[in-house]
Write a protein that binds this ligand. Structure first.
Ligand SMILES: NC(=O)C1=CN([C@@H]2O[C@H](COP(=O)(O)OP(=O)(O)OC[C@H]3O[C@@H](n4cnc5c(N)ncnc54)[C@H](O)[C@@H]3O)[C@@H](O)[C@H]2O)C=CC1
Ligand SMILES: O=C([O-])CC(=O)C(=O)O
Length: 334
């Protein structure tokens, strides 16, 4: 009897105990994100890696009395490989953030090789893990990871996610400010990608579809360029970290719920998507239902207003270039 119970506890289909690894765990996003993962009851092993301070952050978090062990690693003694081994979910917020005047694409030269190398390590040490990419520019770093995984023969498109959840959080918040409601009751689907015009909030699918044009235009602009607001307010000290940690923890929480077999877990996320592949857009963010194998269902965009149709068309053109840039980088710098 006892052995039956223990077997069931560890069977992969009904599991509720997961190893989550954060790469870049000592950074502005990494620290609060790691804290939030420490508070998630599905996480029983939290593994933190950074070039510096990984062990310090882990020791600090390890004093919180939740049901998980926390282990910190640096690059010495094969720390990255050890951090990743056996991971179910890997969150990647490693890399440099923007300063005022920069676009996310300006981060490409620095962050592309960081993400490529971390993806190689993930491919070698936890080829079945769900990988959640936060490092910018997301529109290019996600294709970088897919190319690396393909080159290692372990690419599973159902388990690679670009984290666009912050756009979803901002949409709820900013919409609620305009219409005077509780943001907790405002859900907005955001599709496309994660930068400027590629961020397309589908406000026509909310109950506030008749906003006056001026208000609507200002709201869409604020959602698309919400990141700039934080970059300017931080004045050279980085970009969104705390709201991003909340967004990353929500996305990771949803992926974990999907892995655990919970029903109807849906999030917008930037994935290897069938929606516009025939038009040459390999990755696209839309609502995705998450399940035990990762992506379970990719939802179509649904009915769009004519303005949204135009925004999606513009997003696709920019996305094609951003995606190709990532693919070309790995081809030229394997
Ligand atoms: N997807 C999204 O919605 C958002 C993405 N971001 C992006 O997240 C990234 C991180 O932002 P912050 O945390 O504010 O930056 P940060 O500079 O505060 O932290 C980055 C951390 O990454 C570490 N790191 C650098 N190279 C590494 C490597 N090879 N291996 C492991 N760790 C490494 C650094 O040591 C540092 O601790 C940036 O690229 C930023 O643009 C930021 C906000 C929102
Ligand atoms: O704006 C940035 O550079 C960081 C980011 O992606 C965001 O806040 O959405």
């Amino acid at each position: 009897m006892f052995s039956q119970i223990s077997t069931r506890q560890f069977s992969s289909s009904a599991r509720n105990a997961y190893k989550v690894t954060v790469l870049g765990a000592a950074g502005g996003i990494g620290q609060p994100l790691s804290l939030l993962m420490k508070l998630n009851p599905k996480v029983t092993q939290l593994s933190l890696y950074d070039l510096r301070l990984g062990k310090g952050v882990a020791t600090d978090l390890s004093h919180i009395p939740t049901n998980s062990t926390v282990t910190g690693y640096g690059p010495e003694n094969d720390g990255l490989a050890t951090a990743l081994k056996g991971s179910d979910v890997v969150l990647i917020p490693a890399g440099v953030p923007r300063k005022p005047g920069m676009t996310r694409d300006d981060l490409f030269n620095t962050n592309a090789s960081i993400v490529r190398d971390l993806a190689k390590a993930a491919a070698e040490n936890c080829p079945n893990a769900s990988l959640l990419i936060i490092s910018n520019p997301v529109n290019s770093t996600v294709p970088i990871v897919s190319e690396v995984l393909k080159s290692k023969g372990v690419y599973n498109p159902k388990k690679l996610f670009g984290v666009t959840t912050l756009d979803v959080l901002r949409s709820s918040r900013f919409l609620s400010e305009v219409v005077g409601t509780n943001p907790a009751n405002e859900t907005v689907t955001v599709v496309g990608g994660h930068s400027g015009v590629t961020i397309v909030p589908l406000l026509s699918q909310t109950k506030h579809k008749d906003l006056p044009k001026e208000q609507y235009d200002a709201l869409v602009h604020r959602i698309q360029f919400g990141g700039d607001e934080v970059v300017q307010a931080k004045d050279g000290a980085g970009s969104a970290t705390l709201s991003m940690a909340q967004a990353g923890a929500r996305m990771a929480g949803s992926v974990l719920k999907g892995l655990a077999g919970e029903a109807d877990i849906t999030e917008p996320t930037f994935i290897d998507s069938p929606l516009f592949k025939s038009e040459g857009v390999e990755f696209f963010s839309s609502r995705v239902t998450l399940g035990p194998e990762g992506v379970k269902e990719v939802h179509p965009l649904g009915t769009l207003s004519s303005v949204e149709e135009e925004m999606v068309a513009t997003a696709k053109e920019t996305l094609k270039k951003n995606i190709q840039k990532g693919i070309d980088f790995v081809k030229a710098n394997p």
